[in-house]
Design a protein around this ligand. Structure first.
Ligand code: BGC
Length: 506
């Protein structure tokens, strides 16, 4: 089964390591996987709102969109159009399971390299697409790339980062996701003027971050953990010296060796994940990803231009508004990098839940009052909705966005860390798929109530963050059980002496 060993058992468990140039460069190159992922998130919405693209692949949607009397909320409702966006995530779920085995057997670096090759081929097929089948095949390949990349990149960064910098470097992955989304939005804005093949440039552009990751992955080191895990002890120690910039790595080397030996004793990390004492982390890690997606963020990321056109904006204004939201996303993620270790995780999650709730409810109410089936929303209100979207995105970007990835990567004990993280990634892809697949239909049937649907989720997640989530700020990753879970008013009941003894035996 997936790489059982050791997210964070490398630098992750050693205190006080320095942030060397090697670590920084390797992390940035690896984070190009985030750029690939983000580019794809951002590109789909803009492309599906371009007339040239609709005429070629979805002529029915094109006709509906331009029919004066067409219901505002249903203009874009088309199963195939949704499948275009969501098929990627379906492929990514399967791919990440395969990637987790690949990662363990062959290492993190070849897994990233494979991700970039999938992505490169997918981008080329999409750019050259002559029919819907080619388009979907290209999307499935991109999905395989995302699955391989998202499994390997966070693992890679966690394993090479010194403990004190793990949180910051981890959020850099999210930062590059948001940069990818922004670049995609800007490119869409430019290519929407290139008739009739601008969409080809947009889709083909995915090849650039993929090529960068491919070339970069030829130059970076494999993680010492992965080398040691696969019995390449000499290479492992050489890699460790290189990334730490010193020959004095004995303690860390011993720790990695110990961690990999411990991990080898656990027959199946998936089995140990089913133990009673693993339930708190499994439930919280998985549920955070469900909540992350049910904030409704990808409604905005995928469909912002479509949403803005629904409100009566022209294509240009819609794409421009998507660029603005993309910019807000990047800047607000920077806020997370600087506050997460000072203010803590819970404060950010709770504050953002309130902020997102206000934004979603006000957006729903404004659309309910001002956007009927066939009218055009007054300009002032449309701009107000754009402001609300930015307000919502800012809240997400400094909380549920990065923390949806960070927290699952830091709450599991070593023996279940990889399997647990795999569940979190898989859940993210599954929920992203669901939202991408049903949102346009929801908008058509539920209309503005769609936004109240997400508001209800936000209330639940705000309560969850307040009462059920332990604070993990500043707690060393390997002391999480003792200092976070066993002290929590609810989750402590999952840890009995018997469980502790069982762990010792393992
Ligand atoms: C989420 C994506 C989302 C992105 C937006 C990520 O953390 O997993 O689904 O599109 O943030 O910035």
């Amino acid at each position: 089964m997936p790489a059982m060993a050791v997210v964070g058992s490398g630098g992750g468990s050693v205190d006080g390591g320095k942030l060397t140039g090697q670590v920084l460069i390797c992390s940035i190159i690896a984070a190009f996987g985030g750029l690939m992922f983000g580019y794809d998130i951002g590109i789909s919405g803009g492309v599906t709102s371009m007339d040239d693209f609709l005429i070629k692949f979805f002529p029915g949607v094109y006709v509906k969109k331009h029919r004066a009397k067409e219901n505002n909320y249903c203009k874009f409702n088309d199963q195939y159009l949704q499948l275009f966006t969501s098929s990627l995530y379906l492929a990514a779920i399967v791919a990440s399971l395969i990637a987790s085995m690949f990662c363990k057997k062959l290492g993190r670096r070849p897994t990233m390299r494979t991700a970039s090759v999938f992505f490169l081929v997918g981008a080329i097929i999409n750019a050259a697409a002559r029919d819907l089948a080619m388009l979907i095949i290209g999307r499935l390949l991109l999905g395989a790339g995302v699955g391989f990349g998202n499994q390997a990149v966070p693992l890679f960064i966690s394993e090479i980062a010194p403990a004190n910098y793990r949180g910051g470097l981890n959020i850099c992955f999210q930062l590059l996701i948001t940069v990818g989304i922004l670049i995609a939005n800007v490119i869409n804005y430019g290519t929407s003027r290139l008739h009739p093949n601008g969409w080809r440039v947009s889709l083909g552009g995915a090849a650039v971050p993929a090529a960068a990751l491919l070339i970069g992955s030829l130059t970076i080191v494999e993680t010492p953990t992965s080398l040691i895990e696969r019995g390449k002890l000499d290479e492992g120690i050489r890699a460790l010296k290189k990334i730490r910039g010193t020959d004095n790595v004995d303690t860390e080397y011993e720790e990695i060796l110990h961690a990999t030996e411990m991990a080898k004793k656990v027959d199946s990390s998936f089995q140990s994940l089913m133990n009673r004492s693993s339930r708190p982390q499994l439930i919280c890690g998985t549920i955070l990803q469900i909540f992350q997606q049910f904030t409704g963020i990808n409604v905005i990321m995928f469909y912002a231009p479509v949403l803005f056109q629904t409100m009566g904006f022209g294509s240009d204004a819609s794409l421009l508004s998507a660029v603005v939201t993309g910019l807000v996303n990047v800047v607000s993620t920077l806020v997370a990098i600087f506050t997460v270790d000072r203010c803590g995780r819970k404060v950010l999650l709770i504050e953002a839940a309130i902020q997102m709730l206000v934004a979603q409810c006000t957006m729903g109410a404004t659309l309910a009052i001002h956007l009927k089936s066939t009218n055009e929303i007054p300009k002032g209100y449309a701009l107000f909705v754009v402001f609300l979207v930015c307000f919502f995105v800012a809240g997400f970007a400094w909380s549920w966005g990065p923390l949806g990835w960070l927290i699952p990567s830091e709450i599991f004990p070593l023996e279940t860390r990889n399997a647990g993280f795999f569940f979190a990634v898989g859940m993210n892809m599954l929920c992203t798929f669901l939202i991408a697949q049903v949102f346009l239909t929801m908008l058509c049937t539920m209309r503005s109530a769609t936004f109240f649907f997400f508001s209800a989720w936000i209330v639940v997640m705000g309560c969850f963050a307040t009462f059920m989530l332990p604070e993990t700020k500043g707690i060393p990753i390997d002391e999480m059980n003792e200092r976070a879970w066993k002290k929590h008013w609810f989750w402590k009941r999952y840890f009995s002496d018997e469980d502790d003894n069982q762990k010792v035996r393992i």
